[in-house]
Design a binder for this molecule. Structure first.
Ligand code: NAD
Length: 488
């Protein structure tokens, strides 16, 4: 990305050739405030629609996206550099999430009745889920439609409007999303996209939005959290990961090898929930390594996946490979020479010390570390040793659920990889350095609401205590009740 301060625009480039693709305006505080103000006035209209009306509008938008999938895929390929088939798969997942959020918001956000308890038995108690107002969404470049849609669709379905700041590397699809929704609802700015880099994102965090849904690196999330703290703005932080794959002695090793390779290398390894480290039981380690290294020979940078989208990541990938090899790791597939900017060919490393950056830090490249373990307890302890806790994958015919339940991670796929991202009904998010808050599923819908408790009397209670006329007799009845209810 190049900034031209004189005309306040920036350019995007095709990752493989560095050829300029398009120019976009850089939104400053004035443009951000204007977008938030339009979203605010649209929010009063949108929040007053019924859940059925909102569902109909969002499904109409979804149909438009389906009918223009070629256009969307071309934009993602041009700016992000991934193969067209991957771009289509990504859009398909985004479409699935939008449909789920639209169809299920009414059900999961409907007011619910609560028991008022014996002391307040004359009251009816209800909890409503009210929209927050305007949600600011800040997105990354690696899945430029799927990732932000996890916030945009759920925020809109919950009755909010959205101001979206896409990554400066892939703004095209973000602009396209706002334009297509505007075709469905021309009168109201349900979704506005503002373009720019870090400064624009910071302005959005400082603006009058009611919540920020951020997806990006842990480092940036800490800055975003600090900015949001100034106005006590709530934040969802979807950050990086260093996902572990655990392969037990009773695993289907062939399936584990084939799927783990894809989870590590697809999208050039630029996936927050990519497989980055494997802990394989020593009894099946040789077979697993034989199968995955053979399979890796068919995976080619430039065809199986594209160039690294962000040029600066190349140096990080190279440094992790160097660190692993310098500390005694062994290269089973590729090595330092696999890094040929803007491409990185598959790299599989083994016997890498647990304190190497190749094990401890997010590499975000087509690399995989495979370390042998003597037991599943050792695999679990090593998986849980990092501050990251996003996703994980477990391969075992009989003990998958038991192992999964001990992992310090927000999401676990058993005998599968990355599958949780494609199931709209389950929440997506991490713990520790992988962030907090959840998108997707009922939990994701509720993130974009606040709970409003509504209490009203069904009949007049003989015990009146919210009055200065409270009598000694009332005090005695309350004291007696407390003894009966809680004193035994
Ligand atoms: P990044 O942190 O560099 O940028 C993310 C977004 O934040 C961009 O739009 C950027 O312009 C904006 N930004 C930068 N500085 C800002 C600031 N000070 N205030 C406000 N906004 C600011 O991340 P990236 O390189 O675009 O994305 C890759 C990272 O995202 C990886 O770490 C990956 O694991 C993570 N990721 C996480 C998930 C998830 O759901 N957990 C999904 C996809 C990607």
């Amino acid at each position: 990305m190049t900034l031209q301060s004189e005309d306040l625009t920036f350019a995007t480039h095709a990752p493989a050739t560095n050829a300029e693709y398009a120019r976009y305006p850089i939104a400053g505080s004035i443009e951000v405030a204007a977008a938030v103000a339009s979203a605010r006035s649209a929010a009063s209209w949108w929040s007053a629609r019924t859940a059925e009306e909102r569902c109909a509008t969002l499904l109409a938008w979804n149909r438009l996206i389906v009918s223009r999938i070629d256009e969307a895929a071309a934009l993602i390929v041009a700016e992000g550099g991934k193969p067209e088939s991957d771009a289509r798969l990504e859009i398909t997942l985004a479409i699935d999430h939008l449909a789920w959020a639209a169809k299920n918001a009414g059900r999961y956000l409907a007011p619910s009745r609560r028991s008022p308890g014996l002391l307040m038995m004359n009251m009816s108690a209800t909890v409503e889920h009210a929209p927050l107002g305007v949600v600011g969404v800040i997105g990354p470049w690696n899945y430029p439609i799927f990732t932000p849609m996890g916030s945009i669709a759920y925020a809109l379905a919950a009755g909010n409007t959205v101001v979206f700041k896409p990554s400066q590397y892939t703004p095209g699809i973000g602009v396209w999303l706002a334009n297509t929704l505007r075709e469905v609802v021309p009168e109201h700015a349900l979704l506005s996209t503002i373009t720019g880099e870090a400064m624009t994102g910071e302005e959005l965090c400082k603006s009058a939005v009611d919540k920020i849904a951020f997806t990006g690196s842990t480092r940036t999330a800490k800055k975003v959290a600090a900015t949001c703290a100034e106005s006590l703005k709530p934040l969802i932080a979807e950050c990086g990961g260093k996902d572990a794959v655990i392969i037990a002695a009773d695993a289907n090793v062939k399936d584990a090898a084939e799927n783990t390779l894809w989870a590590a290398m697809s999208n050039a390894g630029q996936t927050c929930i990519a497989a980055e480290r494997v802990y394989v039981h020593e009894k099946v380690a040789d077979e697993f390594i034989r199968l995955i290294t053979a399979e890796a020979k068919n995976v080619k940078a430039g065809t199986s996946y594209g160039a690294a989208t962000m040029p600066s990541q190349i140096g990080i990938i190279a440094s992790h490979i160097d660190d692993a090899l310098n500390k005694g790791g062994v290269a089973l597939v590729g090595g330092r020479e696999s890094v040929q900017a803007p491409y990185v060919s598959p790299v599989i490393l083994a016997e890498v010390p647990e304190d190497s950056t190749a094990v401890t830090e997010e590499t975000f490249g087509p690399t995989l570390v495979i370390n042998r373990v003597k037991s599943m307890d050792e695999a679990i302890a090593k998986s849980n040793a990092l501050r990251y806790g996003l996703g994980a994958s477990v391969w075992s015919k009989r003990h998958g659920s038991k192992i999964a339940s001990q992992l310090h991670a927000g999401m676990v796929s058993i005998n599968s990889v990355l599958a949780f991202a494609a199931v709209p009904s389950v929440p997506f998010g991490g713990v520790g350095d992988s962030g907090y808050g959840r998108i997707h599923g009922p939990e994701g819908l509720r993130e974009f609401t606040y709970a409003r408790s509504v209490i009203k009397p069904r009949y007049k209670s003989p015990i009146q205590f919210t009055t200065f006329r409270r009598t000694k007799k009332t005090d005695n009845i309350i004291a007696g009740l407390v003894k009966i209810l809680f004193g035994r």
